[in-house]
Write a protein that binds this ligand. Sequence first.
Ligand SMILES: Cc1cc2nc3c(=O)[nH]c(=O)nc-3n(C[C@H](O)[C@H](O)[C@H](O)COP(=O)(O)OP(=O)(O)OC[C@H]3O[C@@H](n4cnc5c(N)ncnc54)[C@H](O)[C@@H]3O)c2cc1C
Length: 299
Amino acid sequence: MHQDIRDIIPADHVKYDEPMSLHTTFQIGGPADILVIPSTAEEIINVLRYCREQKLPLFVFGLGSNILVRDKGIRGVVMKLGQGLKTIRIQDRQVYAEAGVQIAELCRVVAREGLSGLEFAEGIPGSLGGAVVMNAGAYNGEMKDVLTSVRAVDLNGTRYDFDAEQLQLGYRSSILQAGEYIVLSAALKLKPADPEAIQATMRDYAQRRSDKQPLDLPSAGSTFKRPSGYFVGPLLEQLGLKGFQIGGAQVSTKHAGFIVNTGNARAADVLDLIEHIQETARGSLGIDLHPEVKLVGEE
Ligand SMILES: Cc1cc2nc3c(=O)[nH]c(=O)nc-3n(C[C@H](O)[C@H](O)[C@H](O)COP(=O)(O)OP(=O)(O)OC[C@H]3O[C@@H](n4cnc5c(N)ncnc54)[C@H](O)[C@@H]3O)c2cc1C
């Protein structure tokens, strides 16, 4: 008999059989058995203990902007960190922020404070935790450039303080992607600059995104990592794949590097489309494309 998770975390932070399509920017994904939305580190530790005691698997995510959840959903406990844990503190150009802070919010706050270095992240629709785990980047910047340290817990609830160098941050990669740690907060080092100049750069990046990216349709951003020597968008265009569609999943007609959900896409449609693209790129040009988007859930 399972103990009720609502004994250890407020009932309004728990949802049963919750469609993950409501929690991913792709608007795709079957139900999570138990979705918990903790608002403090203590609640996170309690959930970890609950999962250990009840022998339930755990999946942790931030704002769901880089995940594709399969149609059968996710068994066990799913912990969403992009809704609670929102503290931001700034001292001597060091920025401390909790994992659930939205990158967009953090960009706005540091720009107002006249702190430069995070402009590249304007328009990345994830949480700080997700950005650290993915080493998110754009416009010649990445989290690695500004991150100094990360506070995390392992699945036993033991706390760790990592220096950024220990995380082996690479192109959209870090050791945190192995899923052994939960990021609680991060410290960033930024440089003083004129707030107006920072905001102008951010406006420029936002404009470039809205000119080039299909921001009007649900997606998880770039589907594939950039293969050496190529940009994925032009590559897929060259292969005649722009606009190619399987079910509700389409290679965006605006930017072929994005797969978009045109309405009722299932995860299976996206996966079939990814496979078709990979086979075409391999068959025609001998190029291996690797998804940047993380695939989760029951097969
Ligand atoms: C329109 C659009 C544009 C985008 N543009 C960019 C871009 O320019 N550059 C870029 O790099 N990305 C981009 N992305 C992808 C995405 O926004 C980033 O990867 C973002 O950093 C993911 O953050 P998230 O909170 O949504 O992570 P999620 O999608 O929720 O999770 C991503 C991974 O991180 C793990 N994770 C998340 N939070 C934690 C945590 N606190 N502790 C441990 N593990 C965690 C999850 O398990 C998962 O493996 C874009 C996406 C969209 C939809």
